[in-house]
Ligand binder design. Sequence first.
Ligand SMILES: [Zn+2]
Length: 199
Amino acid sequence: MYEYADKIASLLNRKIVREFSGIKSLRNFDEINVLEQVSAAYERIYRAALEYFLRLAERAYSDASSASAGIDSGFVRRILSEPDPVSMYVFDSEFDRKRLRLAEAIRASEGSNAEITRSMRLLSSMLALYAVTVADAATVKSYRDSGVERVRWISEEDKKTCRECRSRNGKVYPIDKIPPKPHPNCRCWIEAIENQPSD
Ligand SMILES: [Zn+2]
């Protein structure tokens, strides 16, 4: 289900690693320059995220159904500016907080390589989590646009699956009442239930 989301997450991770290797070489610069350079790097990462997430949403949408409405350009922006249903974080604010925090750490001369690497990992895992969020949202939109009324929750059955996810496996929900995922990094997905022909 999430192969393409994982691919997008790994492309974004590569972008982040490249940008952060630039950031690691910044520490001897003056304060304003550090903030500007970190901000510029984060801005480039953000633009890449928008572009890749849009590609991901389009793919998830067309994989889910033959609905034709498609994904508009505001779709990803909306997801990133609204509270995430699982974590309740707003991507945009969290992204900005991470940017300022890193710039602050570097300026305060605590910007050890370990600190920068930690910031890099946190940013990368946030984008990986959002790849799943974007794929899920595009899938639900596709189902809705094609007239699906009910969906079935599918849990990944392995040792790591938590009790809550396991208990939802196979449950049917109206498309407008799908519960939020119980925890971040949940790899459950939903499948459409064909509408019964009324006779
Ligand atoms: Zn789950």
